[in-house]
Design a protein around this ligand. Structure first.
Ligand SMILES: NC(=O)c1ccc[n+]([C@@H]2O[C@H](COP(=O)([O-])OP(=O)(O)OC[C@H]3O[C@@H](n4cnc5c(N)ncnc54)[C@H](OP(=O)(O)O)[C@@H]3O)[C@@H](O)[C@H]2O)c1
Length: 256
């Protein structure tokens, strides 16, 4: 009996990815689109998501760009309504967008930064997932993938509030997995390690910082956004049908 490629096939399914105009989000959008999904590429800037969606369509893939700011949950219902009107379903939500506006010891990270980080990295993903839930439940199920970080497992000094927010996202993942499993909705978290994107430039573009990270990693290289493609496809597709509440590191072994 042949099972490939059916268990990874996303033909006819619709996936919404936040923060997907570049970096890890764009790489995950690409693999889901190549597996047959219509991908809704989202980030704050409409021109950026239009450009990414156009690039995908030129490659023969199904993609649309729809902007949203993850710190503005009052705008989420419009986005979800628009997707439902245009595409009729949402099978996969990848909560990928995040922010980290501050760097330094926790004593220097103030309450305003706490509010901003928790708003974009935790409240936004939870509110988005709650809005997607009824549509997934009505269709018999779906998959929510929350992009956390190794910082959510093992706090990263100088990225304290960010680490706290990513730990909260892991707990949100487990809570929703427990409550929504009976609705057929799987919820999992992925924890990237150091991946070469704009977001993490300060950590890989500086010899001392990069060497510090690599010293803890059995795989002696900085990760690439493509390294997240496999886990995203697995969790989004029927191949991951029995996986829920999981926390999966893709970090070159940094958290061992
Ligand atoms: N790179 C790493 O080493 C690393 C490690 C662990 C975890 N992560 C996690 O991986 C995820 C993606 O990071 P990345 O490294 O791929 O970052 P990136 O390359 O800088 O891309 C970030 C994406 O998010 C969008 N974005 C930023 N703020 C947003 C907001 N408030 N609302 C909506 N979209 C927003 C950006 O587009 P716009 O500017 O148009 O909004 C862009 O599409 C994040 O959750 C991050 O915490 C990354």
């Amino acid at each position: 009996m042949t099972v490939l490629p059916e268990i990874f096939d996303l033909t006819g399914r619709v996936a919404l990815l936040t923060g997907a105009s570049k970096g890890i989000g764009k790489a995950m959008a690409r693999i889901l689109a190549e597996a047959g999904a219509t991908v809704i590429i989202s980030s704050r800037k409409q021109d950026a998501v239009d450009e990414a969606a156009e690039e995908f369509r030129r490659a023969g893939l199904k993609a649309a760009g729809m902007s949203v700011h993850m710190g503005q949950p009052e705008t989420f219902p419009d986005l979800i309504d628009k997707i439902m009107e245009t595409h009729g379903r949402i099978d996969v939500l990848v909560n990928n967008a995040a922010t980290n506006p501050v760097y330094g010891p926790i004593l220097e990270q103030d309450a305003a930064a706490f509010d901003k980080i928790m708003s974009v990295n935790v409240k936004g993903p939870l509110e988005m997932a709650k809005l997607v839930h009824p549509h997934m439940a009505a269709a018999g199920g779906g998959s929510v993938i929350n992009i956390s970080s190794v910082g959510g497992i093992k706090p990263i000094p100088d990225l304290g509030l960010y680490s706290i927010s990513k730990a909260a996202l892991i707990q949100m993942t487990k809570l929703c997995a427990k409550e929504w499993g009976p609705d057929g909705i799987r919820v999992n978290a992925v924890c990237p390690g150091l991946i070469k994107t704009k977001f993490s430039r300060a950590l890989w573009d500086n010899d001392r910082a990069r060497d510090h990270w690599l010293a803890n990693m059995p795989i002696k290289r900085v990760g690439d956004p493509r390294d997240l493609m496999g886990v995203a496809l697995w969790l989004a597709s029927d191949a991951g049908a029995f996986a829920t509440g999981g926390v999966y590191t893709v970090d070159g072994g940094e958290t061992i």
